[in-house]
Design a protein around this ligand. Structure first.
Ligand code: F6R
Length: 242
């Protein structure tokens, strides 16, 4: 695991953007794995700027998102479909038909999980972008998820729903279920960058890097991946040995 520690959120976004820009410069037809949540927003902003300045193009890029809430209409402002459209896709030169997120209507959720997994099984992500939950989740693989899981339906932990509440009006509005790539899908990526900012991530970051590899801290599985870079700010890294 390569560790990059910088001062603040803006520098996390900057370091991450350099890695994505290098990837797209050397391999313009890359397959990217994308995350939602608050952490990658700064990175996406920098990628939009690089695209507008013609430093990189997304014309030949394909994307796969990690996850999506179940039961929210895809047009709901807090669906990850909408998040990705507004935070990135609508502002870059990507072909929307090359962007993939799990479909999420509740009546067909198991078919959607299988269909998404089939898509993922027929491809290989070149660069996967990850955030981390305060409980150590990656994607929506909550503590206790078997490392062998492929795309599946997950019941979100109360803590995760509380952490994500700031995007909604109340806890009741935060969906209880989501569809997520499994750990096995994530581990098939050729290269992974994990971004973390803020003191609330410091415990999970410490356990991910220095703790046992255990299903109770899903991100700890990344110790077994050959090409992971963790980019974190002073606060997120504050529990690491100096
Ligand atoms: C989002 C995702 C999650 C988030 C994590 C951190 O697609 O897969 O694992 O990366 O919950 O969320 P934020 O960045 O909001 O702290």
């Amino acid at each position: 695991m390569k560790l990059i520690i910088v001062k603040n959120y803006d520098e996390v976004s900057e370091e991450a953007s350099k890695i994505v820009i290098d990837q797209l410069t050397s391999h313009p037809n890359s397959i990217l794995g994308l995350a939602t949540g608050s952490t990658p927003i700064g990175l996406y902003q920098k990628l939009i700027e690089a695209n507008q300045m013609k430093k990189i193009s997304f014309k030949n890029v394909t994307t796969f998102n990690l996850d999506e809430y179940i039961g929210l209409d895809m047009k709901h402002p807090q669906s990850y479909h909408q998040f990705m459209y507004h935070q990135l896709f609508s502002k870059i030169d990507i072909n929307m038909s090359n962007t993939h997120l799990p479909k999420n209507d509740i009546n067909h959720m198991h078919e959607h999980a299988k269909a998404y997994n089939d898509l993922l099984s027929n491809t290989k992500i070149d660069l996967q972008i990850l955030g981390i939950g305060s409980n150590g989740h990656i994607g929506f693989n909550e503590p206790g998820t078997p490392f062998g899981n492929e795309t599946f339906i997950v019941k979100l932990e109360e803590q995760t729903r509380k952490d994500n509440m700031y995007f909604f009006n109340s806890l009741e509005e935060v969906p209880e279920y989501a569809i997520t790539m499994g750990i096995k899908n994530i581990m098939r990526s050729k290269k992974i960058i994990l971004l973390a900012s803020g003191i609330e991530k410091s415990d999970a970051i410490y356990k991910m890097i220095y703790g046992d590899v255990t299903e109770s801290i899903p991100a700890s599985v990344l110790q077994l991946h050959p090409n992971v870079t963790v980019i974190m700010d002073d606060q997120a890294s504050s529990k690491l040995p100096k």
